[in-house]
Design a protein around this ligand. Structure first.
Ligand code: ASP
Ligand code: MG
Length: 419
């Protein structure tokens, strides 16, 4: 008997009818002889609504209390889904994250799961029940309610799968798998039957929104078999078909198929570039600049420091566009004077486009194909960063679509038209 954790996102439980379909699908899996745990998000739009309510009271909501509010969305869904299961004649039980001991740290609004007490779930599964667990929420060591960050139910699903030693964690969502890039930007984007954890991690951290990054990290670390698949197929799709649908996230050593050099193109729209101009080139400068930014909890991404000329250099980095104004202010007020920089300038209209693929390790010339493709489109590259399996460039946001489409074609990712 297999143990399966299924996670359904907000769209998949966005209406009473959809919740009933989730119930039917879960029962289909259970009746085929599997033990089934279902993790759900809040109904579509609900978390946004709750956060907006909080903001009406406090523009910058108190993080502890915000989590108290935001965590309620999932509780509605688990109750409704358990009712749907029972009304279809299948025994079921719903639990909040707190009831099944999802222990987290105390970082409100972005807490990390530390452990899960899975005994209660196991007992219900052994009693033949489908267990429904609220995603996104946990409790810290002091008993405070925490949430795991937007999209955090993915991580709840994977963490439960890890704690239970599940055979597979199935992430049901409103797309039917992981694509070579966002099909809204490139209609020729193709669904990948499989992708490695490393690639998925890069895709997620580079802007692909299919899975929350932490869920991929978690699955890689605990070797959870993870599949992304559609909840919008008919619920009575034959099990054999559903079992192999979507995209399987695999380990590189388990891959059997010959792969393209580049597996996907990821992009992040809302980037901003900051340059500290004319910084004295001496030890400790990068630290001074970035620690001031880090202390304000602003995440820095790409970093470039030029060769110095006459003892001075320019230091550039990117931040999310939301943090642009704050970063500029911090650097101007706290840093510029201290370190004797000439100026701090920025551009809030940047975006990042990345090519990702484990095949890059064994192929030369991948970056130059990327740069040639962009130059042929007349797109200027502002910054570059690389890892073993990705190359990212920062470009003007107005060229985003053009760049993604051109790269998709250049790396032969366009889907073959059906014969
Ligand atoms: N409901 C939460 C959110 O919207 C968690 C999730 O859906 O994964 O971010
Ligand atoms: Mg999601």
């Amino acid at each position: 008997m297999a143990l399966i954790v299924q996670k359904y996102g907000g769209t998949s439980v966005g209406s009473v009818d959809r919740i009933k379909n989730v119930a039917r699908r879960a029962i289909k899996w259970a009746e085929a002889g599997n033990q089934v745990v279902v993790v759900v998000s809040a109904m579509a739009g609900e978390t946004n609504r709750l956060i907006a309510l909080a903001r009406e009271i406090q523009p910058e909501p108190d993080p502890r209390e915000l989590d108290v509010v935001a965590a309620t969305g999932e509780q509605v869904t688990i109750g409704l889904l358990a009712m749907a299961l029972k009304s279809l004649g299948h025994d079921a039980r719903s639990y909040t994250g707190f009831q099944v001991g999802v222990h987290t740290d105390s970082a409100f609004t972005k807490a990390r799961i530390e452990s899960i007490d899975e005994q209660r779930i196991r007992a219900d599964l052994d009693g033949g029940r489908i267990v429904v667990v609220a995603g996104f929420q946990g409790l810290d060591a002091q008993g405070n309610i925490t949430t795991l960050g937007r999209g955090g139910s993915d991580t709840s699903g994977v963490a439960l799968a890890a704690a239970l030693g599940a055979d597979e964690c199935q992430i049901y969502t409103d797309v039917d798998g992981v694509y070579t890039t966002d099909p809204r930007v490139v209609p020729e984007a193709a669904k990948l039957p499989s992708i490695t954890f490393e690639e998925m991690l890069e895709m997620a951290s580079l802007g692909s929104k299919v899975l929350q990054i932490r869920s991929v990290e978690f699955a890689g670390k605990y070797r959870v078999r993870l599949r992304v698949l559609s909840s919008l197929t008919p619920w009575d799709l034959p099990l054999e078909q559903e079992r192999n649908s979507g995209t399987l996230i695999t380990f590189e050593e388990d891959q059997t198929m010959e792969r393209a050099v580049v597996s996907g193109i990821a992009f992040a729209r809302d980037e901003a570039k900051i340059t500290v101009v004319g910084v004295p080139d001496r030890p400790g400068i990068a630290y001074q600049i970035l620690s001031a930014v880090g202390q304000a909890n602003i995440e820095v991404d790409m970093i470039v420091q030029n060769q110095s000329v006459d003892g001075f250099t320019d230091f550039s980095f990117t931040v999310g566009r939301n943090d642009y104004a704050r970063t500029l202010a911090i650097l101007k007020s706290e840093v510029q004077g201290h370190i004797g920089a000439k100026d701090v300038i920025g551009d809030p209209k940047a975006c990042k486009v990345s090519i990702v693929g484990v095949g890059m390790r064994s192929h030369a010339g991948v970056a130059s194909t990327m740069f040639r493709t962009l130059s042929e489109e007349g797109i200027n590259i502002q910054m570059i960063s690389t890892s073993e399996i990705k190359v990212s460039v920062l470009i003007d946001e107005k060229y985003l679509e053009l760049a993604v489409r051109a790269l998709h074609r250049a790396f032969d990712l366009d889907a073959q038209p059906a014969a």
